[in-house]
Design a protein around this ligand. Structure first.
Ligand SMILES: [Zn+2]
Length: 452
């Protein structure tokens, strides 16, 4: 691999320049910005490497979804590695908290700052750089490669299941390399094997036909109170979610998954410190902290609004209150089932008047720690980093992994260019150039090992 690694080292500036160009395109899916031109730009990165490309519409519902970039290149071996990535990014707001403009990627102190440099355009650029090195140094690729790069991962990948179902043959492969991934706080590489699912809902409560003078607090129902009471039944202060049957589908970790997390670095103190607190929820530390973070579902109030929220007092009795909530789900919880259980929970607690609107749902998925892909990933990481990766059975976040695992039947794993302080989804998103370089080499090594 040394010849290929050398090429990657010598062409680092070109790879960073290519990433910079990609990140100048403000492909914010939530705001439907620059989507078409970014898809075209990605196609323009693939074609010179010899990829056959297509921009495919995503169908399956009344709401519009952004197109998917598909690319394919045959190698020596018919064994096929499918890369999943996304070319869309999160909104850059609040803009005033960025040190340099989000869509003008800027190098500072060995880091590249800009929206998307880590999540997920940095991984696209690293994968392209690794393939370019193979093509330039050796010509033919040792295995066949496919890319499936979607344009609305950041808004919950609508219709991804239908898309995968519809394009089963096109997407057929032997394994899938997932987006994301990277190193620990200490810079040690990780391989992640699964994702949590998600149910996102909006709860609305309307009690009277207009806001009232708060003196009516004696006789008129207050929407803010009703919503707060309803929310308080969902989770108790001991952090247990109180919806009947909520935990029914939760699959306990296997002995191998448990062993994997026992080998993981314990960085809870570092994480808590970065958030300015000393103690985690439920007082967990060490392996229990990791187990809770990776294997437990959540119920999170993401936003609450009602009544007067401006400066100074306003004595008002709100007619309307709204909350946004997400539930991170673990195998084998199902978002539709959890939604039905939440509805039943609210009804049975006297809150039938609270309206529920679904804003998104994704199913959880996990690849077993014992899958042969994991062994190949270990070797590739060793080639690139000179050290063993930590095997992370699942990440705490969500992605549209389920159709790739369940419909295409693929083992999936990720390794990437990120690190814990990358500020993804936040101002000053960044990558460390050293992580980009090593992450690129890991992909190159994987391509080499996967063909064998
Ligand atoms: Zn993201």
């Amino acid at each position: 691999m040394q010849d290929i690694f050398k090429y990657i080292d010598e062409h680092l500036n070109d790879s960073i320049a290519s990433l910079t160009e990609l990140c100048k395109l403000p492909a914010v899916s939530a705001q439907k910005q620059a989507i078409g031109e970014t898809a075209e730009h990605v196609v323009g990165m693939m074609r010179p490497l010899g990829f056959e490309t297509q921009i495919l519409p995503k169908t399956g519902g009344p709401d519009t979804a952004q197109p998917v970039v598909f690319a394919e290149l045959r190698g020596k071996s018919p064994k096929t590695l499918l890369f999943y990535d996304h070319y869309d990014v999160q909104p850059p707001e609040p803009l005033e908290l960025w040190t340099s403009p989000p869509f003008q990627p800027t190098l500072r102190d060995g880091k590249l700052y800009g929206r998307g440099v880590s999540d997920n355009k940095g991984n696209i650029a690293a994968r392209v750089a690794a393939i370019k090195a193979w093509r330039e140094v050796r010509g033919e690729l040792p295995c066949s490669l496919k890319f499936c790069i979607e344009g609305d991962e950041e808004i919950g990948s609508p219709h991804m299941e239908e898309f995968v179902e519809e394009h089963r043959e096109l997407l057929a492969a032997d394994a899938c390399l997932w987006e994301g991934g990277g190193v620990t706080w200490e810079g040690l590489p990780m391989v992640t094997l699964g994702v949590k699912g998600l149910l996102y809902v909006e709860l609305t409560c309307e009690t009277i036909n207009r806001d009232a003078h708060s003196s009516y607090g004696t006789v008129l129902p207050n929407a803010a109170w009703r919503l707060v009471w309803a929310l308080s039944t969902v989770k108790s202060p001991d952090e247990r979610i109180q919806i009947a049957g909520f935990y029914d589908g939760v699959r306990p970790p296997t002995p191998e998954e448990r062993a994997a997390i026992e080998a993981m670095p314990q960085e809870d103190a570092e994480t808590l410190k970065s958030f300015g607190i000393g103690k985690a929820l439920a007082g967990v530390t060490g392996v229990d902290y990791i187990a809770r973070h990776l294997f437990e579902p959540t119920a999170t109030i993401d936003g609450l609004s009602s009544g007067y929220e401006g400066e100074g007092p306003k004595t008002v009795l709100p007619a309307r209150a709204m909350a946004k909530m997400d539930f991170r789900l673990v195998p084998d919880q199902d978002p539709d089932d959890i939604l039905a259980k939440l509805r039943r929970h609210l009804d049975s607690h006297g809150f039938a008047d609270i309206e529920l609107k679904t804003l998104g749902g994704e199913r959880p998925a996990r690849t077993p720690v014992t899958d042969p892909l994991v062994a190949v990933m270990r070797e590739a990481i060793r080639d690139a980093y000179g050290s063993e990766p930590f095997i992370v059975p699942a990440m705490a976040g969500t992605g549209p992994l389920y159709p790739f695992v369940a419909i295409l039947g693929l083992p999936t794993a990720d390794c990437g260019i990120g690190y814990p302080d990358a500020h993804i989804h936040a101002p000053d998103e960044n990558i460390r150039i050293e992580d980009f370089l090593r992450g690129t080499k890991a992909i190159a090594a994987l391509i080499g090992r996967f063909g064998k």
